[in-house]
Design a protein around this ligand. Sequence first.
Ligand code: UDX
Length: 433
Amino acid sequence: MKIAVIGTGYVGLVAGTCFADMGHDVICVDIDEEKIKVLNEGKVPIYEPGLEELIAKNKAKIVFTTDFDDAVRKSEVVFIAVGTPPKPNGGADLSYVENVARGIAVAAKKPKIVVEKSTVPVQTCERIIQVLDCNNGDGNGNGVKHTVVSNPEFLREGSAVVDFLKPDRVVIGTDNEKARNAMEELYAPLKAEMVFTDIKSAELIKHASNSFLAAKISFINSVANVCEKTGADIEMVAKGMGLDKRIGPSFLNAGIGYGGFCFPKDVEAFIAISEKNGYDFKILKEVQDVNKFQKENFVKTVEDALWNLNGKTIGILGLAFKPNTDDMRFAPSIDIVNALLKEGAKVKAFDPEAMERAKTIFGDKIEYCKDKYEVAEQADAVLFLTEWKQFVEIDLDKMKKSMKQFFVFDGRNIFKPKAMRAKGFKYESIGRL
Ligand code: UDX
């Protein structure tokens, strides 16, 4: 099938590339000329394992362009995959989605299937239909009739390609038979479980899924806090809980909280759209509070152990919000580093992929190290904030040799407390004594 994907961010670029790999002809569009130039040179503007290779493999089936009108006219299906960033009031800024919808209406000479793939609040597609109808010709809804489909994306950064090609489910929200058939044909190569719903339910599935996962994390983090106070071990508790099939073992890792561009933004937007529609989604406000507490409590643990932070050298291992990404948006590391700096600590840091991004966030307020061992040199404490494989495999004896004091704070429960203390570290983690 001939498809256009508008927006080459995480979702758009991965979706476009994977659709090409599934045999479709894809035109990826972005207004950012520099980004399109980079993509046409065979490079990828984001760090995402496997993506560059997949683009190279499918070079003949993907076009990267800034020519929006041409892409729309040449395609049967047009995906909207532009950003929906948070507004100061917590709601999603949908102006990019609106602009794209208007652009499609103006450019298209024939009916299109317009697929909303960006994460948007429920009722967004109603607005897209309105914009398409108002801009498709004479302004009275007498122009070309397009069909709108909601098809939320559930891929995770760091495993985006695999998640897209092997999804748990593909959600399609439409009440139009022709559009349903087209979407079935489009996704057929994946042989995935397809869930067909009305448009609003599909939109809601995305916010509800991400908020539920965020709630699961805040729940296990709350249990971890009780573990710390009572002497229980969160890993054993999580294992015992996770074996119950109704609970499941994933997303039960306690730590310094969730980050990234999806969970914080989507929880906030879900609260906002619920409130707008007259429902106070209190449980999600608590999810946010717990997530904030995890970071504050971690800094307090460091401060309690070191006595004074002023003048202490703190080494940070891991700045990205999770491993296998260079993304630092809403990363717990940002709040933690800023809190340490505020108390007068000297911070040095290393991340395998996020160093360039970190420089734009912290500027010259912290020292950037060339590798994981340099972080430990003359450090009073080392803080593990992201569970990168290379940190899990760190040579602890080598690290310890260059430290000034042997405090280790493990925000991701990477190491075993007993083994760490046996090595002579003063070790603290989350929900384990
Ligand atoms: C998430 C959703 O998983 C995905 O379906 C959606 O499309 C986008 O949002 P992503 O933001 O890439 O994906 O990250 P994910 O792997 O889900 O992790 C989110 C955060 O939760 C990370 O900061 C991670 O460290 C944290 N987390 C995850 C925990 O603290 N504990 C866990 O047990 C799992």
